[in-house]
Design a protein around this ligand. Structure first.
Ligand code: DLL
Length: 432
């Protein structure tokens, strides 16, 4: 089977636009009539639901921000009565109050279908055993992949994160075919296999489904080697739907957006004006297929670009390029914009393993950046002189790729904390 929902995934542009237009009208009406914040925002913008006739009218709508969600804590954004809500998730809220998201039964079905389309695109099947190591709980990773996997009829193992050696034993004993977790946890599982002296090829594992944080093409190659699998990217965010908002196909060249449910736009983060296809900007989503919390033009803060080039997989769903990072994760080092993912790209291109930490500080009013990278065994036996030469080479590599100077420090193996969920790559002491 190539598609989960061929009819939608290969729909003509006209058909997709007609569906999106209908759904947008419904979503705007639902927001205006049931959510006081939206009534106020639309009234202030001078827009009535009747002004929205086609999907092109979306640009008339005001944006929604994370702050709007925080101000509505916990349930003021819900557009349906509590009796219709069947699930509540919340985002971690590391930088402020949590944001809460409600789902109706139909919303769960929409989300599950988004995830199911993704799994089929990766080549998974109902005969597979799915090992879900994303965290379960208020985080959407675990339950999102869980429902997607059950929707395609696969045997789902809800392991959640933690106790990595036991995870490996379960994968081996259950003959798991598919692994779902963050890319950083996948790397850690790879390291654990090595420590346990298990040849990844001796496992049945075939496919990896990794997301929830930015990761690079080099990281993909590392993971594919460490686990002897085919690794795919999956994107999502709790406010819109968990994993399955967009997914890669066999081309591994951009993520198809489930645009019949989640309509994407790219805007300039400062002017908020739409930017042309192919150009990077801030990703914005309108939930046109949801009932409980149909957000209008939600600013994700993720940096991506859209492309409508024909995809050899046959899907006509618009593609978003792999997110580079978030506007709020972008480091500004002496005026130069740098995403941690760009640093990762450089480090891995020097054959280093993806265990690194970026430490930013300020000395005498000047930003400093130190990239700590774990040495692999091969470096460990080297002389100081050779280590210094390697540090210098990587530092020069960073300078030429990013135009910013960074000190590189090779540190002992296993000295940088591993993550079972989203990795913390940056320690920015300037903010303290
Ligand atoms: O991370 C949902 C998810 C779970 C996606 C499992 C994929 C797999 P949140 O915790 O709300 O939801 O975090 C959402 O994580 O705005 C991005 O900044 C980042 N993110 C998610 N997927 C990717 C990805 C889940 N594939 C935030 N690449 C988003 C890059 C990603 N960043």
């Amino acid at each position: 089977m190539n598609y989960y929902n061929e009819h939608i995934e290969t729909a003509s542009a006209d058909k997709m636009r007609a569906l999106q237009s209908e759904r947008l009208k419904t979503a705007v009406g639902r927001c205006y009539n049931n959510v006081p914040l939206y009534k106020k925002k639309l009234d202030e913008a001078g827009v009535k639901p009747a002004d929205i006739k086609t999907i092109d009218d979306i640009i008339k709508l005001p944006f929604t921000t994370k702050q709007d969600l925080r101000d509505s804590y916990p349930f003021d954004m819900f557009a349906v009565p509590m009796g219709d809500i069947v699930r509540i998730h919340a985002s971690s809220g590391t930088t402020g109050k949590q944001t809460v998201v409600g789902y109706t039964k139909n919303d769960i079905d929409v989300w599950s279908e988004g995830a199911a389309r993704s799994l089929i695109a990766y080549g998974a099947a109902k005969t597979d055993v799915f090992h879900v190591s994303y965290g379960y709980g208020l985080f959407t990773g675990g339950l999102g992949l869980h429902y997607g996997s059950e929707t395609i009829g696969a045997a789902t193992v809800p392991v959640s994160a933690g106790n990595t050696e036991r995870q490996v034993e379960i994968m081996r004993d259950f003959g798991s075919d598919v692994l779902c977790c963050t890319p950083s946890y996948a790397m850690f599982i790879g390291e654990t296999l090595k420590k346990m002296n298990i040849d990844p090829k001796s496992l049945k594992l075939r496919i990896g489904i990794f997301g929830a944080e930015p990761w690079t093409e080099n990281m993909r190659l590392e993971i594919e080697k460490a686990l002897a699998i085919d690794a795919y990217d999956i994107y999502g965010l709790s406010e819109v739907a968990g994993p399955g908002v967009s997914f890669e196909c066999k081309e591994k060249n951009g993520l198809h957006v489930n645009e019949d449910f989640f309509y994407p736009e790219i805007v300039d983060k400062d002017t908020l004006e739409p930017v042309p296809d192919g150009e990077y900007g801030e990703l914005v989503f309108t939930c046109i297929g949801k009932e409980a919390m149909p957000l209008l033009r939600y600013r994700t803060r993720d940096v991506s670009a859209l492309t409508r080039e024909k995809c050899p997989c046959g899907r006509t769903l618009v593609k978003m390029l792999r997110p580079k990072g978030r506007t709020d994760d972008m480091l500004i080092i002496r005026g130069v914009n740098v995403f941690p993912s760009q640093i990762e790209h450089v480090i891995l291109s020097f054959g280093m393993e993806p265990n690194y930490q970026i430490v930013v500080d300020r000395e005498n009013n000047l930003d400093t950046m130190t990239v700590k990278i774990e040495m692999s065994e091969k470096f460990f036996s080297d002389e100081i002189k050779q280590l210094e030469a390697a540090q210098k080479k990587i530092s020069e590599g960073l300078m030429s790729a990013l135009s910013v100077s960074a000190k590189v420090r090779l540190v002992e193996p296993d000295s940088i904390p591993r993550s079972m969920g989203k990795a913390v790559r940056v320690v920015d002491s300037r903010r303290i």
